[in-house]
Design a binder for this molecule. Structure first.
Ligand code: SAM
Ligand code: SF4
Length: 448
């Protein structure tokens, strides 16, 4: 009996390993081809705006980010606005905007001008901006509110000073008590105030995580995103040096503790994002822009788009970005055409990350063929106990939330591998006279 149960557990673990590998393949850009311009979809889609500058570069971060220089950021924002106008002139319609980074608020004046432009082009419903705790100053906050930002996302990572020092965030972005005071001071100012946290740092103990969870609850922020620490080849060495090597298997225990401590006050809106279940906290929002809508367009350097079953990437070189924009082109330099099966897998992964995949969505987009083409994945997830099929939708179970946290982190690790690859290309570029040194992106982003 015990042996057969052990065998079943082993089989499910193998199955999960295969699924992790298979789903990560969707984000492999090995076959990326030069891209034709994106054709405007008939419906409104989401706009993602990437601002790659940061005042200080965290050793664990594998996003596209470079050291902030005011002059460079001014040129960059000007290019961004030109690219936004280009999409307007090509007939695109956007309803929801997510400005991420890097740190979008490094140059508030330029950011606000860009947000105003976006609002003048389209009737925007939701406007989400990422920031860091040191920017929670009255002047910046007033400007963001004035520009109609309705979701502010603050990168906290942890309130533990020892961890913040190891992450090299204590000096530039403030200590735990200071961050908590700043967050408490802005309670209720934005319809959604999200804080980004990370769990599973090697140097993080369960007690430290408990204290972080208690602080989040005490602050009553309207939303919290708890990311599992994700790796990239370019960051792993530095991360191990600064933060140590995490013991395998802790992720499960940590994630369980997060679910346990956040509920019932906070309810999951995705596998790693939790919204405060209280009246008057604003619309229910999801952290990752990819879960909310079918198609999204990314502008700026190092941004992704997904439109009509094609995945696009803009150039990671700030110089090449400027050259392309000045030539009247978008920043897009790579494209991957997803097969029908890959598109189904992408929707399966991303929608269920947001907890449910409605049957009506499947029927409208793929018809009945979804059920037989995706039969192996559907059966595997049911067998693992990750999903259940209700009359109106496929939904994640409690166990499924953990599985999806793992699958999504694998998916983003594949994105990180692609970012590393793109940064290597930049290092091969010749120096350029325009003042946006191409090597800067590679050095700044930790590709060395
Ligand atoms: C890319 S940053 C941009 C916003 C801002 N600069 C900040 O630090 O929050 C957004 C969030 O991504 C998360 N993040 C960055 N690197 C990560 C990693 N290696 N693993 C998991 N989450 C990560 C952090 O929680 C961070 O707050
Ligand atoms: S996590 Fe650090 S390096 Fe990454 S975008 Fe935020 S501030 Fe910049």
């Amino acid at each position: 009996m015990t042996e057969s149960r052990g065998g079943a557990t082993w089989f499910k673990a193998q199955l999960m390993r295969t699924l992790r590998r298979e789903f990560a393949l969707v984000m492999r850009f090995d076959a990326a081809v030069p891209a034709a311009p994106i054709a405007a979809p008939s419906a409104a889609c989401q706009l993602y705006v990437h601002v790659p500058f940061c005042e200080s570069l965290c050793p664990f971060c594998s996003f596209h980010r470079v050291q902030y220089r005011e002059e460079k950021s001014r040129v960059y924002f000007e290019m961004l606005r030109r690219e936004i106008r280009l999409y307007r002139d090509r007939g695109f319609t956007f309803g929801d905007v997510y400005v991420g980074g890097g740190t979008p608020t490094v140059n508030p004046r330029e950011l606000i001008e860009t947000l105003r432009l976006i609002r003048s082009c389209w009737p925007i419903r939701t406007l989400s901006v990422e920031t860091n705790p040191n920017h929670l100053r009255p002047q910046v906050l007033d400007a963001l509110q004035g520009a109609g930002v309705n979701r502010l996302s603050v990168g906290v990572q942890s309130f533990d000073d020892t961890l913040l020092r190891a992450m090299r965030r204590y000096e530039p972005y403030g200590g735990g008590a200071q961050i908590a005071a700043r967050l408490a001071a802005i309670r209720g100012r934005f319809p959604t105030l999200n804080v980004d946290m990370i769990f599973n740092f090697a140097a993080q103990s369960l007690q430290s995580l408990e204290r972080d969870l208690a602080m989040v609850r005490e602050l009553e922020v309207s939303q919290v995103s708890f990311y599992p620490l994700m790796t990239a080849a370019s960051t792993s060495r530095r991360m191990e040096k600064q933060l140590g090597v995490a013991e395998p298997g802790r992720e499960f225990e940590f994630y369980g503790r997060i679910l346990e401590r956040l509920r019932p006050d906070y309810q999951p809106s995705s596998a790693w994002c939790f919204s405060r279940a209280a009246p008057g906290v604003g619309p229910r929002r999801i952290d990752e822009y990819v879960t909310q809508q079918d198609d999204y367009v990314g502008v700026g350097s190092g941004a992704f788009s997904y439109v009509g079953g094609r995945m696009y990437s803009t150039t990671f070189s700030l110089n090449r970005y400027r050259e392309r924009i000045e030539a009247g082109e978008s920043g897009i330099t790579g494209c991957k055409v997803l097969t029908l099966r890959q598109r189904m897998r992408y929707d399966f992964l991303v929608r269920l990350f947001g907890l449910s995949l409605p049957h009506a969505f499947i029927a409208a987009k793929y018809g009945r063929s979804f059920w037989w083409r995706m039969a192996p994945e559907l059966a595997a997830m049911r067998l693992i106990g990750a999903t259940r099929c209700d009359t109106d939708a496929i939904r994640l179970t409690e166990r499924g939330m953990y599985c999806w946290m793992v699958l999504m982190s694998e998916f983003f690790t594949a994105v990180n591998a692609f970012r590393d690859q793109m940064r290597l290309h930049i290092r091969a570029e010749a120096p350029h006279p325009v003042g946006m040194d191409p090597g800067q992106a590679a050095r700044g982003a930790g590709a060395k």
